[in-house]
Write a protein that binds this ligand. Structure first.
Ligand code: MRU
Length: 355
C-alpha cells in the first residue's frame, strides 16, 4: 500500500540543483511533463496557465519564483535589491487574484528580506531562497497535520465527495482535502471517493482521480451535475473540499461549483467540511463578498479540449471560483484543529494559536 509521504512519485514543485521544476498539470493525466523555470516571466505564466495550481502550490511556486527572478541581481546594493524584490513580488502576485496563498507567500518572503540584516544582494538572495524553502517544507507539514486532524471523520464504508483538486498536486505533499483520505487509506479504512469532474478545466477528473488512483484509493469520477443524484442514492456520507481563501467570518472561496455542492449537502443532510492550512485563512478579508473572484478566458467554456462546443460570438461568463456562505460549512479542518461556528471568533483563536 502506498504510504503517505512516499517521495518516489513526481511532485508538483521541486527545487533541485538550484533549479525550480514544476509539473505541468495541464498535461495530466495523459503526459507527465516537468518543466524547468528559467525566468520569472515563465513562472508567472505557469501560474496563470494553471501549469502549477492550487492555493498552497501557487504560494510555494511564487516564493521560488522570486529566487528565479532575483538571482541575476546579486550585484545590487541592499536598497535597490529590496526595491526590485518588491516590484517582482507585485508582478507575480498579479498572476491570479483569488487564492490568498500567493500574496501571503510573496509578502512573507519580502518581509523576511527587509527584516534581515543582510547587506548585499548575494546575502539577500540567500535570505529569499531560505524563506522559499521554509514555506515549501512548512506546507508539507501543514497538510500532514490537516490529515491527522481530519482522518477520524472518515469511517469505514463512507462515501466521500470532493470537488476540484485539493490534493498533493495542489500542495507540496498530501493535499488538504485529500490529506485525511490518504491517512485513512494508509490506516486501512475502506471508503470510496467520488470526484466531481470540475468543469471547465476538469481538475477533478484529470488530477484528483489521477492522484488518488495512483495511491490506490477507491475513486469514482462523476460529472458535476451528477452530484445531486449520487447524494440522493445515499452514496455520500460527507463532503471534503479545499479552499483558496477563508474570510474572517468563515465564508469560503473555492473552485466554481463548490457552493452548489454545499447547498446540495445541506439539502441531503450531509456534513460539508473544508480543509484549510492557516496560510489560506485571511482575517484581513472580512466576508466572502470582499474576495476577488478570478474571471478566466471564454475559450475554457466555449471549447471542450480543442473542439468548439458553443457558437462563435456567444456571450460567456467564466468565474473560476465561488464563495460558500459560512452557514453551509460544518467545519474547517485546519492544521491547528477543527474550527466550527461561530467562525468570526473561532477562526481568530485558531489563527493566532501556536502551530
Ligand atoms: O484553479 P485552481 O485549479 O487553482 O483551483 C484550485 C482549487 O480551487 C482548490 O480547491 C484550492 O486551491 C485548494 S488546493 C489545496
Amino acid at each position: 500500500m502506498p504510504q503517505v509521504g512516499d517521495t518516489s512519485r513526481v511532485k508538483s514543485i521541486e527545487w533541485i540543483d538550484e533549479e525550480l521544476l514544476l509539473l505541468d498539470q495541464t498535461q495530466l493525466p495523459v503526459d507527465v511533463v516537468v518543466e524547468k523555470q528559467e525566468t520569472i516571466e515563465q513562472v508567472w505564466d505557469s501560474i496563470k496557465q494553471l501549469k502549477v495550481r492550487g492555493a498552497p502550490a501557487i504560494g510555494v511556486a511564487g516564493a521560488y519564483g522570486l529566487v528565479v527572478g532575483m538571482r541575476g541581481d546579486t550585484g545590487l546594493d541592499r536598497e535597490k535589491f529590496l526595491e526590485k524584490l518588491q516590484e517582482r513580488a507585485d508582478y507575480l502576485d498579479s498572476a491570479r487574484p483569488t487564492a490568498v496563498n500567493l500574496s501571503w507567500a510573496l509578502k512573507r518572503v519580502v518581509a523576511k528580506a527587509k527584516q534581515s540584516a543582510a547587506g548585499t544582494g548575494t546575502e539577500l538572495l540567500q535570505v529569499v531562497h531560505e524563506e522559499a524553502i521554509e514555506i515549501h517544507h512548512e506546507d508539507e507539514q501543514l497538510c500532514k497535520r490537516i490529515g491527522e486532524n481530519g482522518v477520524d471523520l472518515i469511517k469505514p464504508g463512507f462515501g466521500v465527495l470532493t470537488h476540484c483538486n485539493a490534493g498533493r498536486l495542489a500542495t507540496s505533499e498530501y493535499g488538504t482535502a485529500t490529506a485525511p483520505m490518504y491517512l485513512a487509506h494508509e490506516r486501512g479504512v475502506a471508503f470510496r471517493v467520488y470526484s466531481d469532474e470540475s468543469r471547465p478545466l476538469l481538475q477533478g477528473s484529470r488530477l484528483t482521480s489521477w492522484e488518488l488512483q495512483e495511491a490506490g484509493v477507491d475513486v469514482t469520477v462523476i460529472t458535476d451535475n451528477m452530484a445531486a443524484h449520487i447524494m440522493s442514492q445515499g452514496l455520500i456520507d460527507m463532503v471534503i473540499v479545499g479552499t483558496d481563501r477563508v474570510a474572517a467570518n468563515g465564508d469560503v472561496a473555492n473552485k466554481i461549483g463548490t457552493m452548489g455542492v454545499a447547498i446540495l449537502a445541506k439539502h441531503f443532510g450531509i456534513p460539508f467540511y473544508v480543509a484549510s492550512p492557516f496560510s489560506t485563512i485571511d482575517l484581513d478579508t472580512q466576508t466572502g463578498a470582499d474576495i476577488t473572484i478570478e474571471e478566466r478566458g471564454d475559450d475554457e467554456v466555449t471549447h471542450f479540449g480543442l473542439r468548439r462546443t458553443a457558437p462563435e460570438g456567444i456571450k460567456v461568463r467564466n468565474p473560476a471560483f465561488d464563495v460558500t456562505p459560512n452557514e453551509l460549512v460544518t467545519g474547517i479542518i485546519t492544521d491547528r484543529g477543527m474550527v466550527q461556528a461561530p467562525y468570526s471568533e473561532n477562526l481568530k483563536d485558531i489563527f493566532y494559536a501556536k502551530a
